[in-house]
Design a protein around this ligand. Structure first.
Ligand SMILES: O=C(O)C1=C[C@@H](OP(=O)(O)O)[C@@H](O)[C@H](O)C1
Ligand SMILES: C=C(OP(=O)(O)O)C(=O)O
Length: 742
């Protein structure tokens, strides 16, 4: 842990900036702009720059180093990397233990070597650093007071660095508005070689190459935005960059080798008119660039860094209008998986652009599948056939998605290459024995963590055998996992389920020409078949619609139409349960789209009554229970749920998570191992925890419609896994839920 330094302690420092170029002058200007109470001194070998700094009012004094250092408490060395050693030599006789010294050099191993050469070791009060901020302009007059604001500063402390010196360096950068992070010097140089030094090298090289050509004036005259965007950094300080490339030679040459290979692959693709190779590289790059953008904007998609979002749901509100909720999550996952393994092109409409299904899409890109989009729910998958996937470079990260991990396990068990499946903290707690056990029976080699939890390491090149299997629990994920592995197994695989579960895998396989037979509770398929891609229309997700079905059912005066909702009979438990409670739900405009039944659902307010939920409906409404509990809390009398122990192994223990929140609101209930009793009535507000579970977060948002006080719901970032537009759609029908980021 870095020692804590209160912001005001910085005001007691006398900061000495050595080198009044862009970086040093921006530190000085920034300190002045934020009202720093201490003194800012500067030294520079160009006296004119010192005079400019004084006249700009960004420094308070200057003089020879041997006069300045005894006055200083915090020194920022801001000279080019290769000049740092001579500055350190000049400082060495004046070095004190209570001085804190840092630098801003863009490479760190070379600076550490300089320090070691001068002192024979790394003094614990020397904390190397590098602000990832800059400008193509240079010199004191280019100083920008806000240069470091919202930028990252990397500090690279040693194991024996002085903790309070480190804390004072953190305090300096934080005061200038930067985010400070720590890493080792080697890692720093490697990361920077790829993300900063290589792009600068390419920009210098491109402009230099073009500028040498005779018709250069014309070329520059016609140069469009692409040239301008790509080459802006070629205007940077040549001396500084010469030093950077000298100092970080090895890492830069490594990055350049990788780049040359990439360019030569593209060259070959262009020469050979290889559209797939070009589209593959461009779509991967375009996707990665958008991903980078979301990181820059601190959006959460796949950032692996959990954002802290709180919902504030005001009490009351209306439910009126006509809306279409986003695409079905289960079908979106499967459309990518089957489309990737099919021959030919699969065009998907209505794809859910939520984090779970985007993680699946990204995983296939990492296995070499060219996927265009998503753009407004449209995705085009260039299938590679049953054996066309390629080994990914690293672990496949599937975020929060149980469906992805379990279906992938089946599909990857039959591949020729090894893979590793990882996920976020919630997924890492979920049981995988339910898929690992049957896959091992088929001959798969899978290692899991203790208690059969993720990550899963799957060995490729195994010969899989057919399986005849009675599912121990009603789970479409396990059924689908076995069927997907069965496509790679010898012989006919049969799976029997204890109760019907969603059958999207079976329907979509049949739709792609891979025969799956069904009789009674058994699904069967023979290994070794093939699929042909085709169009897929993903209807709106009934699991997302469920929040509004309940919202309208409990809000007096509500009248709402949910358009184009998937009403596959293995998914409509929520409709049956709400109707049994007395809800006014009507299916309109019923039709079949791409092998799946679809309807508009018209729902109006109607008083609800408590019921004993039919156990047969449980697997058919498995994801809808959190919001059905809210329906029960608004119904007259008691609602009893049994046989729902599966709810305890979802993104959270959904029985307990809902019970804890309902206790806060004052909703009477009794928790059982496999269910819950809920007594409807008036309830209040308060702060509840969604435990990072999207469906808990959305269920309590709906609860606020009938609460007497506002409900604050913590940890809601994961709503983006299944329902990215939840807040705007809720607002459009009159609900009053707002997000706040901590
Ligand atoms: O197959 C699927 O797409 C899903 C199956 C269900 O899980 P189980 O199979 O674990 O019941 C469901 O909860 C999940 O959201 C999606
Ligand atoms: C349980 C769910 O999803 P998964 O199992 O895919 O994480 C869900 O969306 O409610």
């Amino acid at each position: 842990m870095t020692a804590f330094v209160p912001a005001s302690a910085l005001d007691r420092e006398t900061v000495l900036v050595i080198g009044l170029g862009l970086m040093g002058a921006s530190v000085a200007a920034g300190l002045k702009a934020v009202g720093f109470g201490g003194r800012v001194l500067a030294s520079d070998r160009r006296e004119a720059d010192i005079q400019t700094g004084l006249s700009m009012g960004i420094i308070d004094g200057s003089g020879p180093l041997d006069e300045l250092i005894p006055q200083a408490t915090l020194v920022v060395i801001a000279v080019p990397v290769l000049a740092i050693e001579s500055v350190l030599e000049a400082m060495a006789p004046l070095w004190r233990d209570d001085l804190v010294v840092t630098d801003v050099g863009s490479t760190k191993q070379a600076v550490r070597q300089s320090v070691a050469r001068v002192f024979g070791y790394i003094p614990p009060n020397m904390i190397l650093g590098h602000p990832i901020a800059g400008s193509e302009r240079s010199g004191v007059t280019a100083a920008q007071a806000g240069l470091f604001e919202r930028h990252k500063v990397i500090v690279t402390p040693e194991a024996d660095s002085c903790r309070s010196a480190l804390a004072r360096v953190h305090a300096l950068w934080q005061r200038l508005g930067a985010d400070v992070l720590e890493m080792g010097v080697e890692r720093h140089d490697d990361v920077l070689a790829r993300t900063s030094h290589l792009p600068h090298l390419l920009a210098f090289s491109l402009v230099d190459t073009l500028a040498r050509q005779d018709e250069r004036l014309d070329i520059f005259r016609y140069a469009a935005g692409g040239f301008r965007d790509f080459t802006r950094i070629a205007g940077s300080d040549p001396v500084m960059w010469r030093d950077v490339f000298r100092a970080n030679k090895t890492a830069v040459l490594g990055a350049l080798d990788e780049f040359e290979q990439g360019v030569s692959r593209l060259r070959q693709a262009i020469e050979a008119d290889d559209d797939d190779a070009m589209l593959g590289a461009f779509s991967r790059a375009s996707h990665a660039r958008h991903y980078f953008e979301t990181l820059l904007n601190q959006a959460s998609y796949q950032s692996m860094e959990q954002r802290n979002i709180t919902y504030r749901a005001s009490a009351g509100g209306h439910v009126q209008g006509r809306i279409r909720v986003p695409g079905d999550k289960s079908m979106s996952h499967r459309s990518i998986m089957l489309g990737a393994l099919a021959d030919g092109v699969t065009e998907v409409d209505g794809f859910l652009e939520g984090e779970d299904s985007l993680a699946t899409l990204q995983a296939f890109r990492e296995m070499g599948v060219v996927i265009e989009g998503p753009h407004d729910g449209r995705v085009v998958i260039h299938g590679v056939g049953m054996h066309g996937l390629q080994a990914p470079a690293g672990a496949l990260y599937v975020g929060n998605s149980g469906t992805a991990m379990r279906l992938f396990a089946g599909l990857l068990a039959g591949q020729a290459f090894d893979t590793e499946l990882t996920g976020d903290a919630s997924l890492t707690r979920r049981p995988m024995g339910r898929v690992v056990d049957p896959l091992r029976l088929m001959g798969a080699h899978i290692e899991a963590s203790e208690g059969d939890r993720p990550p899963l390491r799957i060995k490729g090149g195994q010969v899989l055998q057919r399986l005849d299997y009675d599912l121990p629990m009603a789970s479409a994920q396990v059924k689908s996992c076995i069927l997907l592995a069965g496509m790679y197994a010898e012989g006919e695989t049969r799976v029997r389920e204890p109760a019907p579960t969603r059958d999207h895998t079976e329907r979509m396989l049949n739709g792609f020409g891979y025969p799956v037979e069904r009789s009674g509770n058994e699904a069967r398929l023979a290994g070794g078949g093939r699929m042909t891609g085709g169009p897929i229309d993903v209807p709106a997700d009934i699991s997302s619609a469920a929040f509004f079905l309940v919202a309208a059912s409990i809000t007096p005066g509500a009248d709402l139409v949910l358009e184009h909702v998937g009403v596959n009979p293995t998914r409509t438990g929520v409709i049956a349960i709400l109707q049994a409670m007395g809800a006014d739900l009507r299916l309109e405009n019923e039709r079949e789209v791409g092998g799946e039944p679809v309807a508009d659902i018209h729902v109006r307010y109607a008083p609800l009554k408590g019921v004993d939920i039919d156990p047969n409906q449980v697997p058919l409404a498995i994801d809808e229970f959190p919001v059905l509990f809210i329906a029960a809390a608004n119904a007259e009398g008691k609602t009893r749920l049994r046989g729902a122990e599966e709810l305890r192994v979802k993104e959270s223990d959904r029985i307990q998570a809902m019970a804890d929140g309902m206790a806060v609101l004052g909703i009477e209930h009794t928790v059982l191992e496999d269910g819950i009793d809920i007594v409807g009535g008036q309830y209040g507000g308060g702060t509840v925890d969604s435990l990072g579970d999207h469906r808990i977060a959305m269920a309590f948002s709906v609860a606020a419609l009938c609460a007497s006080e506002a409900i604050t719901i913590q940890d809601c970032a994961n709503v983006a896994t299944s329902f990215p537009d939840f807040l705007s759609l809720s607002a459009s029908i009159g609900m009053r839920v707002q997000a706040e980021e901590a």
